[in-house]
Write a protein that binds this ligand. Structure first.
Ligand code: GLN
Length: 200
């Protein structure tokens, strides 16, 4: 795979920011909106946005099942924020009818940092990423409440609402972060994902 094709799911959310970083890092980063688009990429980013909206659109556009099948068959996928919610096998504090793509063996709590705390930033040590710490932007962010044994915890955060709470995980070719690395100009999370893509 000389130039990996890393699609960005473009149903809703901050699609363009991910495309720009992936392109800067030497990948092809087409928008993915249809099953045919999905079939034409090696890997996928599910961006932040509003997970209820992305899930509803995925169902309406017949994308949910192809996405689930792609994850099951080993496609590398990076989910950021709402994307993490979409990858989770189980949700807490979500509408009862909210569906997910699933495949990531975790329970994720939506809007976990308190309703009043809409956004904040923090410096995070992320396993597999050399110092300095990653500047992480959290926007009405989820956190990972529980993980199964096959999930590696990459980063935790502590603070008023969180004490060692999990905010980044990896499970084989799946990567998920509660935060938005695409908003800071720090390309290291995406570079890390491209390493997963190349070794998949
Ligand atoms: N709170 C949003 C949701 O549940 C996620 C926010 C984000 O992606 N920045 O989908």
């Amino acid at each position: 795979m000389v130039t990996p094709r890393v699609g960005v799911l473009a149903l809703q959310g901050d699609v363009r920011e991910h495309q720009r970083i992936l392109t800067d890092l030497g990948a092809h980063a087409p928008r993915v909106r249809t099953p045919d688009d999905l079939a034409a990429v090696d890997a996928l980013v599910i961006p932040g946005g509003e997970s209820t909206t992305i899930a509803r659109l995925a169902v309406a556009l017949d994308m949910l099942e192809p996405l689930t099948t792609a994850v099951r068959s080993g496609m590398p996928v990076y989910g950021s924020c709402a994307g993490m919610i979409l990858l989770a096998d189980r949700l807490v504090d979500a509408p009862p009818d909210q569906v997910t793509v699933g495949g990531l063996h975790v329970t994720v709590r939506r809007n976990a940092f308190g309703r009043q705390v809409h956004s904040f930033e923090a410096d995070l040590d992320v396993a597999g990423i050399s110092p300095p710490p990653v500047r992480a932007v959290f926007i009405r962010a989820p956190w990972v409440e529980t993980v199964e044994p096959d999930v590696a915890v990459l980063a935790r955060i502590s603070g008023p609402d969180a004490d060692g709470t999990i905010v980044a995980v990896e499970q084989g070719p799946l990567l998920a972060t509660s935060f938005h690395p695409e908003l800071t100009g720090d390309v290291r999370m995406h570079r890390h994902f491209l390493r997963l893509v190349r070794s998949a």
